[in-house]
Design a protein around this ligand. Structure first.
Ligand code: CP
Length: 316
């Protein structure tokens, strides 16, 4: 693997999931693979799971890790080509990416969208500039439109826990007071489209995701109908895509979309976390036995580890 910035970087998903599960069973089997190799993790936004699981994954492979919170610790980066840098940006990504490539063997980047400028977000200007100018492999730790490490962890979780050959998987929108990105939903849908599952998406009218994400995935606007006979219910908020980055109505007016025990039925509950209790999901679900969110978060380590292993094998 030369990089992992999107699901297109996966050549054989089933093999990748199987290898991730093997690493989970034996996390230190390749602890010499990353010896004297360094992962540099650049965070333009907050994180709990991504930061800690990716650091653990690198450590399991024997890598050294440097973490930088870019907004507070580094010079403010310029991404536009040809800009007269006489305002607040101090360093161009062209130099920064090349310099960081001298200190790290792999660069991982987290950079959320603006949610105000759709074209800019869809250009993936942060991560794509790192890919363009870095001279080492780049890993996406959640970009403007994609969260492929999360989606791989989700695929591992469903593979581990499914009792059926072809489970019914429902992605349900749920209310949230703030405008949230589309990245998790985009990558989860993209990942499920690669798997042998029956995928349905449900959301209120007006929260349609991009055609590029949905392809021929069915949308059922009636949440109760969509959830019928589900084996896995993945819940996530996203802001409006057409009226870009907007929240169309208050949380209270969408409170019927909050996932309760009754709505969940016999399905397993999934969420990427962090999650707002009693807004996205009722306490009874999150604290109940059908919630698999902690195991999902655990699998973040092994999704990152299998990606780093594949990248290291390509370096060595
Ligand atoms: N799911 C996820 O990416 O969690 P963090 O934002 O805490 O990294």
């Amino acid at each position: 693997m030369k990089k992992y910035t999107g699901l297109d970087d996966i050549t054989d998903l089933q093999e990748l999931i199987a290898e991730a599960r093997a690493l989970k069973a034996n996390p230190y089997a390749y602890e010499h693979l990353g010896k004297r190799k360094r992962l540099v993790m650049l965070f333009f936004n907050s994180s709990l799971r991504t930061r800690l699981s990716t650091e653990k994954a690198a450590s399991n492979l024997g890598m050294d890790v440097t973490v930088m919170n870019f907004n507070s610790d580094a010079w403010k980066l310029e991404f536009e080509d040809g800009t007269v840098m006489n305002a607040d940006t101090s360093e161009h990504v062209k130099e920064a990416a090349k310099v960081i490539s001298q200190y790290g063997d792999v660069i991982a980047v987290r950079a959320f969208p603006t949610l105000t400028d759709k074209a800019k977000d869809e250009s993936e200007y942060v991560i794509s500039n790192f890919v363009k100018y870095a001279t080492v492999p780049v890993v996406n730790m959640e970009s403007a439109t994609a969260h492929p490490l999360q989606a791989l962890a989700d695929a591992i979780t469903i593979t581990e826990l499914s009792e059926k050959k072809k489970p019914k998987v429902v992605l349900s929108w749920a209310p949230h007071p703030k405008a949230l990105p589309h990245a998790v939903a985009n990558s989860f849908i993209g990942m499920m489209q690669k798997m042998d599952v029956e995928l349905t998406v449900t959301h209120p009218k007006g929260y349609e995701l991009s055609d590029a994400t949905m392809k021929d995935t069915p949308v059922v606007y009636d949440q109760d109908e969509a959830l019928k006979d589900a084996d896995f219910v993945y819940v996530k908020n996203w802001s409006n895509y057409e009226d870009y980055g907007k929240v169309l109505a208050t949380v209270d007016s969408h409170s019927s979309w909050t996932i309760t025990d009754e709505k969940l039925g016999d399905a397993k509950f999934m969420h990427c976390l962090p999650v707002r209790r009693n807004v996205i999901v009722a306490d009874e679900v999150l604290d109940g036995e059908q919630s698999v969110v902690i195991e999902q978060a655990n699998n973040r380590t092994f999704s990152a580890q299998v990606v780093l292993k594949k990248i290291l094998e390509n370096l060595n």
